[in-house]
Ligand binder design. Structure first.
Ligand SMILES: NC(=O)c1ccc[n+]([C@@H]2O[C@H](COP(=O)([O-])OP(=O)(O)OC[C@H]3O[C@@H](n4cnc5c(N)ncnc54)[C@H](O)[C@@H]3O)[C@@H](O)[C@H]2O)c1
Length: 334
C-alpha cells in the first residue's frame, strides 16, 4: 500500500511512519508536512534514503500541491493539525485554517480520486466528563469546549459528511492523550520530564486533579493501522489506553522516577474552560478488530523517561527559540 501521511513530521505521525515502514516491507509513504514549530524531520532521519519514503514540504490547505499526491497514493492517513489546546486559546486562527479547511482540501482530493481516507481525531470532541460518568464511546454526543476541540469536531463532521454524501471510503479514530518518543515538549508529560532534567519547576494547572486517559503512542499507531486495513467503512473507533489518572498522579510518578520531590511543583493559573475528565471506552475496537493497549502506564512512562534521557539534543532543539516565548506567556504564576 502507498500511503499519504499528513503531518508525518509531528509526534504521532512520525511514530506511525516508523511503524508502517518497519512493519510492511512493501508499503510506501509520502509524508506531507508544513514543518511547523511542532515538527522535526530528524524524527525520520533513518528513512531519508529509503526509496519507500518521500518527504514533501507544504500545507494540506494547498489544493494544487495536495491533489497529485493524493492521486498517486492508495490511502490517506490524516494527522496534520494544530494540536495544542493552550495555543488554540491564545489564537484559534491557524486551528480553523489547518484543522477545518485543510481537512476539507484533502477530502476534496480524496473524493476526486476515490481514495481511502482515515482521519485521526481526539476524545476532546466529546467534551468533559464528571468523575462518575461513563467513559466516552462512539455514540457519545459531540460537545467540544476549546477552539482546538471545536476545530477537530468540525473536521470529524466533514469527514462523515463525505461518507454519507459522496460515499467516500472513510474511517475516523478518536483517541485519548498520547505520550512516548518524539512528543513535543510543550505537551504535559514531556514538559514535566524535560523541565525536571533542566532543574526547572513543573507547572501544574489549578489543583492538578484533571483526569486524563493516557495512550502509549505505539499502541495508538497499531490501532490506526488496524482501522485503516480492517475497519468498517464509514465507522468511528474510540481508542483508549486503560490509563486514567489525575494529572498530579503523573507528576508525582515522574518526580519519583527522576529523584525529585514536590518542591519542584509550581501550581499555575488554571486553563480557561479546562475539561475535568476524559475517559475512553475502547470495547468496540477490541470486539471488532481485536485491539487493546499493550503498554501499561507505568511501563510507558519508564520508556518515555528513558527516551528523553537518550535524546537530549532533540528536545533541547525543540525547546529553543519560539518555544521559550510561548512558555513565558502561557504559564503565569497563580
Ligand atoms: N497528541 C495527542 O495526544 C493527540 C490526542 C488525540 C488526537 N490527536 C490528533 O493526532 C494528530 C497528530 O497529533 P500530534 O500530537 O502528532 O501533533 P503534532 O502537533 O506533534 O504534529 C502535527 C504535525 O502537523 C504538521 N502540520 C501542521 N499544520 C500543517 C499544515 N497546514 N499542512 C501540513 N502539515 C501541517 C506539523 O508541522 C506537525 O508536523 C492531530 O490531528 C491531533 O489532533 C493527538
Amino acid at each position: 500500500m502507498k500511503i499519504l501521511v499528513t503531518g508525518g513530521a509531528g509526534f504521532i505521525g512520525s511514530n506511525f511512519i516508523h511503524f508502517i515502514l518497519g512493519t510492511y516491507p512493501k508499503d510506501e509513504v509520502i509524508n506531507l508536512d508544513l514543518l511547523t514549530y511542532a515538527s522535526n524531520l530528524e524524527n525520520l532521519a533513518v528513512w531519508k534514503d529509503d526509496p519507500r519514503y518521500r518527504f514533501v514540504k507544504g500545507s494540506i490547505t494547498d489544493a494544487a500541491l495536495v491533489e497529485p499526491l493524493v492521486a498517486e497514493c492508495d490511502a490517506i492517513v490524516h494527522f496534520a493539525a494544530e494540536s495544542h489546546v493552550d495555543r488554540s486559546i491564545l489564537d484559534p486562527s491557524a486551528f480553523i485554517e489547518t484543522n477545518v479547511r485543510g481537512t476539507y482540501v484533502l477530502l476534496e482530493a480524496a473524493k476526486k480520486h476515490g481514495k481511502r481516507f482515515h482521519h485521526v481525531s481526539t476524545d476532546e470532541v466529546f467534551g468533559s466528563l464528571g468523575l462518575d460518568d461513563a467513559p466516552f464511546n462512539e455514540r457519545t454526543p459531540y460537545d467540544p469546549r476549546s477552539p482546538y476541540s471545536a476545530s477537530k469536531a468540525s473536521s470529524d463532521h466533514l469527514v462523515r459528511a463525505y461518507f454519507h454524501t459522496y460515499n467516500l471510503p472513510v474511517t475516523i479514530s478518536n483517541c485519548s492523550n498520547n505520550y512516548g518518543p518524539y512528543a513535543c515538549p510543550e505537551k504535559f508529560i514531556p514538559l514535566i520530564i524535560t523541565n525536571l532534567f533542566e532543574g526547572k519547576k513543573v507547572p501544574v494547572y489549578g489543583d492538578g486533579m484533571q483526569v486524563r486517559d493516557w495512550l502509549y503512542v505505539s499502541d495508538h499507531c497499531r490501532a490506526i493501522d488496524l482501522v485503516l486495513r480492517q475497519g468498517k467503512i464509514g465507522e468511528t473507533y474510540c481508542v483508549g489506553g486503560n490509563g486514567e489518572r489525575p494529572n498530579i498522579w503523573i507528576v508525582k510518578q515522574l518526580l519519583s522516577a527522576l529523584g525529585k520531590d514536590e518542591s519542584s511543583i509550581e501550581y499555575v493559573k488554571d486553563r480557561a474552560g479546562h475539561d475535568r475528565r476524559y475517559a475512553i471506552d475502547f470495547s468496540k475496537i477490541e470486539r471488532e478488530l481485536g485491539w487493546r493497549p499493550s503498554v501499561t502506564l507505568e511501563e510507558g512512562l519508564k520508556n518515555t523517561v528513558a527516551w528523553f534521557k537518550e535524546n537530549e539534543v532533540w528536545w533541547k532543539n525543540m525547546k529553543s527559540g519560539e518555544y521559550e516565548k510561548y512558555y513565558e506567556k502561557q504559564y503565569q504564576k497563580r
